[in-house]
Design a protein around this ligand. Structure first.
Ligand code: DC
Length: 217
């Protein structure tokens, strides 16, 4: 059994790359951001402010989240499109500042990883969630390139957006994720950093594959 941590800021290509690596190596892909997004989505739907309070803590205890066959469930309802809206990332980033939320997400990720090989993408996988992961990658790209990728993705989904607005959101999320006290976004000391600004998905996947193969020997 082995584990691969892929961390990095919003829009660095983590999920596309992590999914591809998991497919190539035949292990389970876990999207940690999706679980934060589900918690943000649920609390917003219930009109509970996204900050630490008794109401938030009580509700969090009841929230049932499951990952089955690569699908994410909230109280047995499959969730996907609902958490891919423009504002969902910011809601996730807000709830991600709360320790109890992080504990809940981490226990889901660790429980699955204790039973099988996983590739997990997120912000703190190599530093906090799986500090003993055998392979750790930190993906970066310039904010402008990340905003361009996100903008194209939204356009493909026919979601209207302005490039400047997307760039602003990327910069805000970077600040929220890097400056928070709990498990801030940062490369693990034993990680390999790849700047994907001018690399294709295939290039990045190829580099990670080589890094894994070399380190395994
Ligand atoms: O990867 P993503 O854009 O789906 O993540 C959404 C937000 O969730 C991100 O801005 C911060 C939070 N997050 C986190 O704090 N730790 C993780 N391991 C993954 C996501």
């Amino acid at each position: 059994m082995f584990h691969i941590a892929i961390d990095g800021p919003a829009g660095s290509g983590k999920s596309t790359i992590a999914k591809s690596i998991a497919g190539i190596l035949g292990c389970k892909y876990l999207d940690s951001g999706a679980i934060y997004r589900i918690i943000g989505y649920h609390m917003t739907k219930k009109n509970i402010p996204l900050k630490k309070s008794q109401e938030f803590t009580e509700e969090l205890k009841n929230v049932k989240i499951e990952v089955k066959n690569d699908k994410y469930y909230l109280f047995d309802e499959e969730i996907n499109e609902q958490i891919r809206k423009k504002e969902s990332g910011m809601y996730a980033s807000e709830v991600a500042k709360i320790g109890e939320v992080r504990d809940k997400v981490n226990s889901i990720l660790r429980s699955i990883s204790s039973k099988m090989s996983t590739v997990i993408d997120g912000r703190d996988i190599g530093t906090v969630v799986l500090p003993d992961a055998e392979f750790k990658i930190f993906l970066t790209a310039s904010p402008e390139e990340r905003a361009r990728r996100r903008f194209c993705e939204l356009r493909e989904k026919n979601i209207s957006a302005e490039y400047d607005e997307v760039l602003k959101e990327i910069n805000e999320r970077d600040a929220a994720d890097t400056l928070r006290n709990l498990a801030p976004l940062r490369p693990a000391e034993d990680s390999v950093t790849i700047d994907t600004t001018s690399l294709s998905v295939e290039d990045v996947v190829g580099r990670i594959k080589r890094y894994v193969e070399e380190k395994k020997q």
